[in-house]
Design a binder for this molecule. Structure first.
Ligand SMILES: [Cu+2]
Length: 360
């Protein structure tokens, strides 16, 4: 009912404008074409100035009102992200200044140089000086901005520091899976032909590679250590996804068949971010930033940033995926790790992880 009412009002307004336009047309014929044209010109000139003033105030007001809704006020949560923020601010300031100058010039010129009997339009076909100026200056400024962007891009896509944590991120329609190398620091080999979600091998890990025996797998939630660089090795099992890390100001495509990497250093634990944002329910989010199908909206991961001690405590409670697979599926209780194969294999695991695999 409300919608019909709204449509009726809009139609009435259109009708009103149409009638006013028609009436003013008749008035202009009565007054004489020339006189009314000049009058319209003047009115248009003032309207353009009004549009400029209200437009600039409106743009400022919108930004002011919604600024607190953005992630800017809480600051970047990674060391690399701070560089991205700085770059963003420099870009906003430069383009903002250019925007105001060009808009003021556009509308002020339209007002100042409206039709007048007192002057004649100056006509010229070409000016090398002007061409050079308005091509050269933007080209130089944009080159500087792009070079800065490339510098940071090469930084966080290049080799991660030696002491960094390694986490493999795999996207598929519509969830994220994570894999941590165990105590050996090496992720086991994978082969897509071995992918078998029903038998606890959703990532297609090659269990014959001993390096895979202590790897820890998680879904939906990933644990990172504060102030320790983390390197993500990113994969996709079906279509292109994108690891979006808005709080850390990072993102990277997950491309089937082509692992991509990025590294960053989280600056604040999740608990610290709760205080910084004044939001007790704060969680770091890993969003899929690439439209990937009908469940794209739900492809969300949670990142828990914690201290090294908290991380060690958590990882100690995790059972390696190999042990789960050998015990007959991820739903089996760890106590079910009793068949001869898994006993043999857990014996070959590094000690603490083998204990985690069998004692729980
Ligand atoms: Cu998606």
């Amino acid at each position: 009912m409300n919608d019909i009412f709204l449509i009726a009002i809009v139609l009435m307004i259109f009708l009103l404008i149409f009638q006013i336009a028609k009436a003013s047309e008749y008035v202009s014929i009565l007054k004489g074409e020339e006189k009314s044209r000049r009058q319209t010109n003047r009115i248009n000139g003032f309207l353009l100035i009004a549009f400029l003033i209200f437009g600039l105030i409106g743009a400022w007001w919108c930004n002011d009102m919604f600024y607190k809704e953005t992630l800017f006020p809480q600051g970047a949560a990674s060391v690399q992200g701070e560089n991205i923020d700085t770059m963003m601010w420099i870009t906003i300031i430069i383009t903002g200044i250019v925007f105001v100058i060009t808009q003021v010039a556009l509308f002020a010129f339209a007002f100042k140089y409206q039709e007048s009997d007192k002057r004649k339009a100056f006509y010229f076909t070409h000016s090398n000086k002007l061409e050079l100026l308005w091509t050269g200056v933007p080209a130089i400024v944009l080159t500087v901005l792009v070079v800065f962007g490339l510098k940071y891009w090469f930084q966080f896509t290049s080799d991660a520091p030696k002491d960094s944590q390694l986490v493999e991120v795999t996207g598929h329609q519509f969830a994220w899976e994570f894999r941590y190398p165990g105590a050996d620091g090496v992720l086991g080999k994978k082969n897509y032909k071995l992918t078998d979600a029903a038998h606890s091998n959703s990532l297609g890990v090659d269990w014959s590679d001993a390096a895979s025996h202590d790897d820890i797998h998680t879904t939906a939630t990933v644990h990172l250590v504060v102030n320790k660089p983390v390197k993500f090795v990113i994969n996709s099992q079906d279509v292109i996804h994108d690891v979006g890390l808005p709080h850390f100001r990072m993102k990277m495509d997950a491309v089937p068949g082509i692992p991509t990497t990025l590294w960053f250093t989280p600056k604040y634990t999740t608990e610290e971010m709760k205080v910084r944002t004044g939001n007790n329910n704060f969680v770091y989010e890993l969003s899929c930033d690439q439209m990937c199908g009908k469940g794209h909206f739900s492809m969300r991961g949670i990142i828990i940033v914690e201290t090294q001690q908290e991380f060690n405590k958590w990882i100690a409670t995790q059972q390696p995926e190999y042990a789960k697979a050998m015990s007959g599926g991820s739903n089996a209780t760890p106590a079910a790790v009793s068949d001869s194969t898994s006993k043999k294999d857990s014996a070959s695991m590094p000690k603490p992880l083998a204990m985690a695999a069998t004692n729980k």
